[in-house]
Design a protein around this ligand. Structure first.
Ligand code: ARG
Length: 461
């Protein structure tokens, strides 16, 4: 038997392998809610335009609701022979109301249908990711305020650079996540046009109202070109790009949790709820959740790469290649959503170890820049020379096996006679961070103010 939905010109049924490679119902059933939303809007528009009768429209709308309930309750039986979600739903409508169901597909093709469904799905998902990102930012902002003055080493090249505060470090991630939210919003704004009514690729001869369906579905406008409407997947690429960047940020945070919670650093204590033990080494507490957040960025970036490769050689308009757009996006969305949830849970319960952070902050001559700055400010030395003099003092301290603050004034004056006792006031890590009052700097008062303003801003989103 040929395919009941499109087999008019076919004498024979598809080969079993053909059916297997062709079918997308195994994964595109996730689009059922969006597909039904799109069909409702299309059906109401067809009736309003007098293209189908009010009676047929009422029957179709009633059957759509029944199908929706059947799918939600798990009663619906999906058929691979019916290929995809669109044909599965349409076939069931026909079972329920008979030939009137066949009028729903007037002035529509699966090409504009799937483009509409997928846009709606990505839009819903971006809204969800945005809310999750906001929740993570709120947790970070709360901790940033609590730990605005908690001193830790700041690193460059993972070498101790200058003291910073833990709150300041956390605020850096809030900035990244806030740009991620901005990218989700940009992607959402650009995708928010309705392809419905572009039909197969050329538009339709029926007097449809694409503005009405666009607005019924919450789109800002209908897409302007029917060929582009069914060919475009850049909305998915853009969403995946924004998701890849966000996943990269989470991965960096995860990497820092792994490093900072390792016994050698000991800056952070992992909560029991987000760590695991070893089956052989009883002392272990492993940061598996952080490691998996770090690793899952791989599949999200992989989905972006995968879709680029699918799309890059396709002629306009629709090609079946585009059916391969969905699984990667679904997987990336699920993964990022899980990573955001795991990171929020972890950050909520992660506790810093102040003594370890403070001790480490003083190591590695971390106030050397403060010393150089003192020479510039108090002894009127040009910064380049001050850098050189400080380098000599660091070498001396290293040779003596002590910190800069442990050098005697006589030792220092041997290197440069302009140094006075006052220099010792800038060599402590506390003074170092307190002095960084420039806009965006790590001074605890700056950090507290920034954390408070983030907390206030995040309450209002
Ligand atoms: N399942 C298809 C997809 O996901 C729907 C569109 C099919 N269109 C077609 N002309 N065969 O892309």
């Amino acid at each position: 038997m040929s395919n009941r939905m499109w087999g008019g010109r076919f004498g024979d049924s598809p080969d079993d392998i053909m059916e297997e490679i062709n079918a997308s119902i195994g994964f595109d059933q996730r689009l059922f809610a969006q597909d039904i939303r799109g069909s409702r809007a299309h059906c109401e528009m067809l009736a309003a335009q007098g293209i189908i009768s009010d009676d047929d429209a009422a029957a179709i709308l009633g059957a759509l609701t029944q199908v929706e309930v059947e799918i939600e309750t798990g009663e619906f039986s999906f058929s691979r022979a019916l290929e995809d979600i669109h044909l599965n739903i349409e076939a069931r409508l026909t079972d329920i109301i008979g030939p009137a169901a066949g009028r729903l597909h007037t002035a529509r093709s699966r090409n504009d249908q799937v483009a509409t469904d997928f846009r709606l799905f990505v839009r819903d998902s971006l809204d969800h990711l945005t809310a999750q990102t906001t929740a993570l930012m709120s947790v970070l902002a709360e901790h940033a305020e609590t730990h605005a003055a908690l001193i830790m080493p700041g690193f460059t090249h993972l070498q101790t650079a200058q003291p910073v505060t833990y709150g300041h470090h956390l605020l850096a991630y809030i900035e990244m996540l806030s740009r991620d939210r901005g990218r989700f919003a940009d992607a959402r704004a650009r995708l928010n046009q309705s392809p419905l009514g572009a039909a197969a690729l050329a538009g339709t001869s029926f007097p449809i109202d694409r503005h009405a369906t666009a607005s019924a579905l919450g789109f800002d406008a209908p897409t302007a070109n029917s060929i582009d409407s069914v060919s475009a997947r850049d909305f998915a690429l853009e969403a995946l790009s924004a998701m890849s960047i966000c996943a990269t940020h989470l991965s960096r945070l995860a990497e820092e949790i792994v490093i900072f919670a390792s016994p050698d650093f000991g800056f952070l204590e992992l909560p029991d709820a987000f760590s695991t033990g070893s089956s052989i080494m009883p002392q272990k507490r492993n940061p598996d959740a952080a490691e998996l957040v770090r690793a899952k960025s791989g599949r999200i970036i992989g989905a972006l790469t995968g879709l680029f490769v699918v799309m890059k050689g396709l002629p306009l308009a629709y090609s079946k290649d585009m059916q391969e757009d969905k699984e990667g996006v679904f997987n990336a969305l699920d993964s990022l959503s899980l990573c955001l949830a795991a990171m929020t849970g972890m950050m909520e319960k992660l506790t810093p170890v102040p003594e370890r952070m403070l001790t480490a902050a003083g190591k590695g001559f971390s106030t050397a820049t403060d010393l150089a700055d003192w020479l510039v400010r108090k002894a009127d030395v040009p910064f380049r020379d001050a850098h050189h003099i400080t380098g000599a003092l660091v070498a001396l301290a290293e040779k003596n096996g002590c910190d800069l603050a442990d050098l005697t004034l006589a030792d220092m004056q041997n290197v440069d006679a302009r140094i006075t006792d006052d220099v010792f006031s800038v060599l402590s890590v506390e003074n170092s961070v307190a002095s960084r009052t420039s806009f965006g700097g790590t001074a605890p008062e700056n950090v507290r103010a920034a954390a408070q303003s983030w907390r206030a801003a995040l309450k209002n989103v």
